[in-house]
Design a protein around this ligand. Structure first.
Ligand code: CP
Ligand code: NVA
Length: 307
């Protein structure tokens, strides 16, 4: 069966570990100056309905460094806005590509491409999840902390696509996941119940108190308060989330050894202050670089290519 990366729930913990190992190997190779092309002639087509800096560029750099070729199309250029049926678009792009990475509003559109394109499909962010980000975040945690088993990742902010993927990967890898979010913006209880059913050792905690949430944090993580597609809610959300800013006072409630992560883009002065994101505890920019190393790990794993 064709392997995809549509959601972290499609992966077993051991598959996740293989992807992370591949990413680390390929990062080490690059840093040692070894640029042997692993995927010559392979084509990655990216189709994005939403803006992107990190995801688009990291995948394009990844396929390029591996000796393959990247094609980029906006959703509109691809014809996803009604020029022809989405299934026909998927079949046509699939005929030219080895892998398709999609950034969409609906998760269903990514699933349709997996069903119709005949090639590997990667979720490059949907409203529902952002698996490549969460995989990168664990890679970054591993580099900083070593074995991440039993560590605590505290997410402060909106219970959005990034929070969902982090909760899943923490449950899968026995990392304690704590989320502090205001009522109305929390993760669904039923989502946590399902995760506990699937991963009985999962440690998942939800609170509305950010200071209590970071008390035992090894990593403090935040994301924007208004995601792409929620622009009209921006000012209302700024009021709701005002007490959830990652600033010096919040970090003072956490262990001094805690690291800070942000998937970026950051809205400096809203969900995070300059002193935190630019401060000594922040790994936000190594984390952004790791998107490319992780992208290589995913591509090598999907295409089953070994060194
Ligand atoms: N973190 C992330 O996915 O960034 P982009 O939206 O710039 O791709
Ligand atoms: N939650 C954000 C993540 C951006 C990488 C969004 O969906 O816009």
């Amino acid at each position: 069966m064709m392997q995809h990366l549509l959601s972290l729930r499609d992966l077993t913990p051991s598959q996740i570990k293989v992807i992370l190992t591949r990413a680390t190997e390929l990062k080490d190779k690059l840093k040692s100056g070894d640029r042997t092309p692993l995927l010559p002639g392979r084509v990655l087509t990216q189709v994005f309905e939403k803006p992107s800096l990190r995801t688009r560029v990291s995948f394009e750099a990844a396929i390029g460094q591996l000796g393959g070729y990247g094609i980029f199309l906006s959703g509109k250029e691809a014809g996803l806005e009604g020029r022809e049926s989405n299934a026909d678009v998927a079949r046509v792009i699939g005929g030219y590509s080895d892998v398709i990475a999609l950034r969409t509003f609906s998760q269903e559109l990514i699933e349709l491409f997996a069903a119709e394109s005949g090639c590997h499909v990667i979720n490059a962010l949907s409203d529902a999840s952002h698996p490549c980000q969460a995989l990168t975040d664990i890679l970054t945690m591993q580099e900083a902390l070593g074995d991440v088993t039993g560590r605590t990742l505290t997410y402060v902010g909106d219970g959005n696509n990034v929070a969902v993927s982090l909760a899943i990967i923490c449950a899968q890898l026995d990392i304690k996941f704590v989320i502090a979010a205001p009522e109305g913006y929390q993760l669904d209880d039923s989502f946590f119940e399902d995760l506990r059913g699937e991963y009985p050792s999962a440690s998942l905690t939800q609170t509305s108190d950010p200071h209590a949430a970071v008390k035992e944090a090894d990593v403090i993580y935040t994301d924007v308060w208004a995601s792409m597609g929620q622009e009209s809610e921006k000012s209302a959300r700024e009021k709701v989330f005002a007490d959830y800013q990652c600033n010096a006072a919040l970090l003072a409630s956490a262990p001094t050894s805690a690291k800070f992560l942000h998937c970026l883009p950051a809205r400096r002065g809203l969900e995070v202050t300059d002193d935190v994101i630019d401060g000594p505890q922040s790994l936000a920019f190594p984390q952004a670089e790791n998107r490319m190393h992780l992208a290589k790990g995913v591509l090598a794993w999907l295409l089953d290519v070994h060194n």
